[in-house]
Design a protein around this ligand. Structure first.
Ligand SMILES: NC(=O)c1ccc[n+]([C@@H]2O[C@H](COP(=O)([O-])OP(=O)(O)OC[C@H]3O[C@@H](n4cnc5c(N)ncnc54)[C@H](O)[C@@H]3O)[C@@H](O)[C@H]2O)c1
Ligand SMILES: O=C(O)CC[C@@H](O)C(=O)O
Length: 526
């Protein structure tokens, strides 16, 4: 019989499901060393946010087949390490949506009406009605950062309370925002105009310290900010200072840069700061939902069936997967590339399956392309199972075409993305069995393997331009690993593809487009 370790408190409904197929041990509060010592005995590990599943734990889990996160965020699991070890990581993308949205609303109202401090005061025997005069949310502007599942529900509730809604989410369409009842604006405008700001985005390198001393300084002195998403999206030291100085009126935080929250200035800021210990998902209903959702997936995987919300392994049959694997990687890489070339909001993705890929069997490549395209927005939360639905929710239309007559390579894939900033296309193929090559960018033929950091320019093919770009990059200490120019006619338009060793420093793209002859420059991370 399989063995499952449950290392955080999980609702009994989940334990009952696991017990149908496995021996279940519930051992909560284990120290990392204790977990490392015992994890080797188990086939599955079920956690909430309390257990940090590091590479060391994964390496010690020599029998592990699946890690189940009873919740949304998998940022406490080293997903790349799990993938490398062939361990499926599953989550519950929707089980606690309502709980988290309601917690954000509760935080906003509690902060406005000083309910927590007023309660403590009455319980101490006081009757102080002056200190706790509050503010109404009716007719106030709520700025929602992130209009995904939780942000959309917050919008619906806030609208019913008579609030005006502004939304910032570079990855959803204007139509989707209209459906939610939000006016889509840029972050700066939202920050300047909102009376309340609520965050519902993942923590990624782009969103780390999105709210910092500079953004806080632009907010209204009466503004209040709520974070029930992830710690580290707000710079906590800058926030504490902004509240002390009266730059903004208050903050309500459920999540922190480091949890449990240690020494912090935020603790001493009185009734204008509310702090809860990561309670967003802590409702009886959400805990039942996520426990059942994840336990069912663990049970299925232990029985050899696919998981429905795997964040790292496609839910495809092993045979098809084996055959398509190198092309799936190609599709994902091209999706990431074309999404970044097209810029923020993509509205249409045209996927053309060419040569031997022009068959029905290649359909998963469309999903893999979408997964790559959505990676910027969703990181490891987009997977082969949810990529289609996530694209639909963002208003991205997908057109799939097949052209068996294209025979430059055995099989090749062309993606064309149209967004609010224009249209871009990329084509790629495999050299040998599995070496990915980019064979065309925006209609210009090239032949380069993709690398982690790349720079593309659209320029006029003329003497000296390569040298000038090389010197400019050199002056910013950017090391070029390889470079290739693609052109259709001599001294016409051309594309340059450069692999660079490190990410491009801030501000350099603008300098590149000042080089005479260079019309556009794009930097991508693959
Ligand atoms: N406090 C809790 O207990 C609790 C409970 C559940 C979820 N969460 C957290 O809440 C957050 C939102 O969860 P969700 O289920 O709504 O996720 P979701 O994927 O449905 O929505 C996230 C949205 O953020 C957008 N986004 C991504 N990067 C962005 C950026 N740089 N700027 C603006 N928008 C960006 C995406 O386009 C997407 O629409 C996650 O961080 C999740 O981990 C916290
Ligand atoms: O497990 C919890 O209580 C928190 C879950 C929440 O942060 C999530 O991302 O789903």
């Amino acid at each position: 019989m399989s063995k499952v370790l449950v290392s955080d408190p999980i609702d009994q409904a989940g334990i009952d499901i696991l017990s149908q197929v496995a021996t279940v041990d519930v051992k909560t509060g284990l120290k990392p060393a204790e977990l490392i010592e015992i994890i080797g005995e188990y086939d599955a590990l079920m956690i909430r946010s309390g257990t940090r599943v590091t590479q060391e734990i994964i390496e010690a889990g020599t029998q592990l087949k699946i890690i189940g996160r009873a919740g949304v965020g998998v940022d406490n699991v080293d997903v790349p390490a799990a993938t490398r070890h062939g361990i499926v990581v599953v989550n519950s993308p929707e089980g606690n949506t309502i709980a988290a949205a309601e917690h954000a609303i509760a935080m906003m109202l509690s902060l406005s009406r000083h309910i927590p401090d007023a309660n403590v005061s009455v319980k101490k025997g006081e009757w102080d009605r002056k200190t706790f005069v509050g503010a109404e949310v009716y007719k106030k502007t709520l700025g929602i950062v992130g209009l995904g599942k939780i942000g959309s529900h917050v919008a619906a509730v806030a609208k019913a309370m008579g609030m005006k809604l502004l939304g910032y989410d570079p990855f959803i369409s204007t139509e989707r925002a209209e459906q939610i009842g939000c006016q889509l604006v840029d972050l700066d405008l939202l920050i300047q105009q909102a009376d309340y700001i609520t965050l519902h985005i993942p923590k990624t390198p782009e969103t780390a310290h999105l709210i910092n001393a500079t953004t806080l300084a632009k907010m209204k002195p009466t503004a209040r900010i709520i974070n029930c998403a992830r710690g580290g999206i707000i710079d906590e030291a800058a926030l504490a200072e902004a509240i002390k100085q009266g730059t903004i009126a208050g903050a309500a935080l459920d999540v922190f840069e480091s949890e449990p929250l240690g020494e912090s200035d935020l603790r001493s800021l009185g009734k204008n700061v509310l702090l809860t210990p990561h309670l967003g998902a802590s409702t009886a209903e959400a805990q039942v939902n996520v426990a059942i959702d994840v336990a069912e997936q663990i049970r299925d995987v232990l029985l050899g069936l696919p998981a429905r919300s795997a964040v790292n392994i496609p839910g495809l049959s092993p045979d098809v997967l084996e055959e398509l694997k190198p092309y799936m990687e190609l599709a994902e890489t091209l999706g990431k590339l074309v999404g970044q070339l097209a810029g923020g909001r993509v509205e249409l993705l045209n996927v053309r399956l060419q040569g031997e890929l022009a068959t029905n069997k290649s359909q998963p490549l469309v999903v893999a392309s979408l997964k790559g395209l959505l990676y910027q927005a969703l990181r490891e939360r987009v997977n082969y199972v949810n990529a289609n639905i996530e694209a639909k929710e963002r208003g991205i239309r997908v057109i799939e075409t097949r052209d068996a007559s294209v025979r430059d390579y055995a099989g090749s894939l062309r993606l064309e993305a149209t967004g609010t900033l224009g249209t871009h296309s990329v084509t790629g193929a495999l050299l040998g069995e599995k070496e990915i090559h980019l064979t065309d960018v925006d209609g210009f033929p090239i032949n380069v393997p993709p690398s982690k950091y790349m720079l593309f320019t659209l320029h006029r093919d003329m003497p000296g331009i390569i040298g000038k770009l090389g010197s400019l990059l050199g002056s910013f200490n950017v090391n070029i690993a390889s470079m290739q120019v693609g052109r259709k006619i001599v001294r016409g338009d051309a594309v340059m593809a450069l692999s660079i060793d490190d990410p491009l420093p801030e501000g350099i793209l603008a300098e590149i487009t000042k080089v005479p002859g260079i019309r556009d420059a794009y930097t991508v991370t693959l």
